[in-house]
Design a protein around this ligand. Structure first.
Ligand code: F3S
Length: 393
């Protein structure tokens, strides 16, 4: 792999131990995957933040690093709401470890923005063909697909290394030739809202880690694409998808995709089968929405749906700290129903939900992950059904 003189100096250790370690990680990955050079990135998102997933070993590793990130960098959701952790029953030992992790990232210059929707953050804009190093699977999928930016599926250490160096190795999804669809999926019926999460859940199982090109009757919004990609990254390992006539690369007149040889159709009955879990999968004792973290539009919908109602069971709404603090009235309107708007974390990476036995979700990703990560049943409903369940209608 070609390195500039400055990169060679960093690799020799002339710019300190942390940068040496960081560039070693990038060069090792580049060598494994056949990268030709390091390329500048616009931003980074570092995963491996929850104490539930990285434990003491992760805390120690991050605490040993010195230096500062050189590009705007945010974090994946942590294991708790960093300000209101007590109200979800997080114990003080967990909280103290989690806060140490956030402080350790803070000493590297990373602000405590813990969200899987960094693309909603002010000052964290992503443009077509930007190179990024992001680590959360739904954010990766959204950036690659809905925004046409370019990121590989980074692990915690590689995203952090890229954030410190300000560069990543040029391989995988950074290269146009690796972004060509190789599986066509036809969806010949109308979809809306959480249907896209159900579609992603079904499609991810079918395509694994391939790059699907959807031929769809409906045209999804950004929120719907967020749900589709999150689910496909969980039930499969999809980091990039295209929707003909919708996603930026299919609209770029300089890019011509040939029709993939491998093809399948998804039927409405397969989507209906995901929703049937709400009737047959168990009685939910908790309802959660906001996987990936809610957008402003989704928070507004929830505020309307909960207006004048009172929840009869725990109802948690996950979003980013940034959005919640800029929209305090909206948060108050939702919480008037007894629902809790929770920031910095989510139902999967926090231990807060582990005491429940069955969770209703409107997310294909949470539906796929909750049983394995939280040890409870998951059932699937759209947003309206989730609110009805929470208020006992
Ligand atoms: Fe985000 Fe947690 Fe879902 S990280 S995508 S809310 S599992």
């Amino acid at each position: 792999m070609y390195l500039t003189k400055e990169e060679e100096k960093t690799l020799r250790g002339d710019n300190g131990d942390t940068l040496k370690k960081a560039i070693e990680i990038l060069v090792a990955l580049g060598d494994i995957y056949g990268a030709d050079a390091l390329i500048p990135i616009k931003s980074a998102q570092v995963s491996g933040v929850s104490y539930k997933t990285i434990g003491d070993a992760g805390l120690e590793w991050i605490s040993d690093l010195k230096g500062k990130v050189t590009v705007p960098t945010v974090l994946n959701p942590a294991g708790m709401d960093l300000q209101n952790w007590e109200r979800l029953g997080i114990d003080s030992n967990f909280a103290s470890k989690q806060l140490k992790i956030i402080q350790a990232f803070g000493s590297l210059g990373i602000a405590p923005q813990c969200t899987c929707t960094p693309y909603y953050l002010n000052g964290f804009n992503v443009s077509y063909k930007d190179h990024l190093s992001w680590g959360e699977s739904s954010a990766i999928s959204f950036a690659n697909s809905a925004l046409g930016a370019r990121t590989n599926r980074e692990g915690g250490p590689s995203a952090l290394a890229a954030a410190l160096v300000g560069k990543t190795a040029n391989y995988g999804y950074h290269k146009a030739e690796n972004r060509i669809p190789n599986f066509e999926i036809a969806v010949n019926f109308d979809l809306s809202g959480s249907d896209y999460g159900a579609l992603g859940f079904v499609a991810g199982k079918k395509v694994g880690n391939k790059i699907p090109l959807f031929q769809m009757k409906s045209k999804p919004t950004h929120d719907e694409m967020k749900m589709l990609g999150a689910a496909m990254a969980a039930s499969g390992a999809v980091a990039l998808y295209h929707i003909d006539g919708v996603t930026p690369e299919t609209l770029d007149k300089d890019i011509v995709f040939e029709r993939p040889a491998e093809r399948a159709a998804i039927e409405k009955s397969q989507i209906d089968a995901v929703y049937e879990s709400a009737e047959t999968g168990g009685k939910p004792d908790i309802v959660t929405v906001g996987c990936p973290h809610c957008s402003l539009e989704e928070l507004e919908k929830i505020a309307k749906l909960t207006e004048g109602k009172t929840v009869v069971k725990e109802f948690w709404v996950f979003t980013s700290r940034d959005l919640a603090s800029q929209n305090k009235d909206l948060v108050k309107r939702i919480e008037k129903s007894g629902a809790k708007v929770v920031c910095d974390t989510c139902m999967v990476v926090s231990p807060a939900g582990d005491k429940f036995s069955c969770m209703m979700v409107n997310s294909g990703k949470a539906y796929a992950y909750v049983p394995g990560m939280c040890g409870m049943k998951s059932v699937y409903g759209n947003l309206e059904r989730c609110v009805r369940e929470a208020v006992g209608e």
